[in-house]
Write a protein that binds this ligand. Sequence first.
Ligand SMILES: O=C(O)CCC(=O)C(=O)O
Ligand SMILES: [Fe+2]
Length: 363
Amino acid sequence: MAPTVTSMEASNAHEVPKVASIKTLADSASLTFVPSEYTYIKNPNEQGDANDPEHSIPIIDFALLTSGSLDQRAKMIQELRRACEEWGFFQVTNHGVPESLMQSMIDACHRFFDMPEEEKKEFQTRNLLDPIKCGTSFNADIEKVHLWRDFLKVIAHPEFNSLYKPAGYSEVSLEFSKRTRDVATEILKGISESLGLEADYIAMTMNWDRGLQILAANYYPACPQPDKAIGLPPHTDHGLVTLLIQNEMGGLEVKHKDQWVLVNAAPGAFIVNIGDQMQILTNDKYKSIWHRAVVNNKATRISIAVPHGPSLDTPALPIPELLEREGQAPKYIGMTYEKFMELQASPAALTKPCLHHLRVKHN
Ligand SMILES: O=C(O)CCC(=O)C(=O)O
Ligand SMILES: [Fe+2]
C-alpha cells in the first residue's frame, strides 16, 4: 500500500493545547529547577535492583520461536508463558529487524521533535484517534501534574499514515511499522499457543488483520531535577501487546513484585509488554503490568512504543475455552477497543484504572 502522507495544514478546526512543549521549557537556558506544575514526587521505598538477575526481564529468542526445531519452539512457548504469567514484560532478541532500521526510526523521531515549534503546530490536535497527533504531557487539560515529555503518535495500521516532514520520516516509518508488526504477529501466535489455543486464535477473534498499530514516540529531555519530575506516570497499555525501542538512555521501569525495576534490555532487542485487552481475553491470567518512564539529568531519552490492538470495533471478552478449562466465570464485560481507548483518555481513568470500569460486579 502506498503511504498516505498527510498534511493537516488544511484543517484548522481543532484547538491547540495551551501548555508549551517540554522541549521549549527544557531548552530555556535558565531552567535549573522543575516548575511546580511539573513537580511529581515518586515513592522512594519501592526501588528494585536492575542488576539483580531476579529483577531482569525474561528473554525470548525470536529465531528459536519461529524457525527453530519443534522442540525449540515448544521450549520458547513455555518461556513465553512464564514471562507472561510472572512478568507481563519480556525482551525479544534475534527478531531480524535490522538495528540500523530501529536507529533510523529513532533518529527520524528525534528530528521531528527538534523541528521549531511553529513547524509542529499543524500536527497538534486534541482528538484521540486522529491519525497524526503530537503534543506534550498526557492530557494537559485535565491532569494535575504535567509530564516531562512530548509525544508524537501516528496510526500505522489498518491504514498507514505519515508525516511529510522531517525528510525521511515517511519512508523509515513505513518500513519500521511493517517489520515491527510482523514481529508482533508472531508473538501473538506464540502467546495464543502458550494458552493452549490454536496459533491464530487471538488474531482471528480480535480481527488482527484490521487491528490498530500506533507509532508512539516519546521525547524526554534532560531534566535539572530528575527526582522531582516524571516522564510517564504508572500506567498500563490499552492494547494486546506493545513493542518498544529506546535510544541509549534507559528510563523504563516496571512494577514487579511490588518493586519498580529499571528495564535493562539488550541492544537491538524489542521490549514487549502485555496490554489491557490481553488481560481481558485471558481473564487475568496474563496481566497488563504497571510501568512508568523516569527522566534523567544527562541527555534526551527517546522511546518508541508501538501498541498493537484489535480492530477498533472489536470488544475483547474472556476466551470461553479458557474459562471452561479453568472453571472460571468471566471477570470482564465487553467494550469495543475504541470505547476502551476513549475511557483511558477520560477523567474516569484518573480515579480508577481503566480495567476496573469493566470488571463484572459480583454481589
Ligand atoms: O518511555 C518508555 O519507556 C515508556 C513508554 C510507555 O510506556 C508508553 O508510551 O506507553
Ligand atoms: Fe506504556
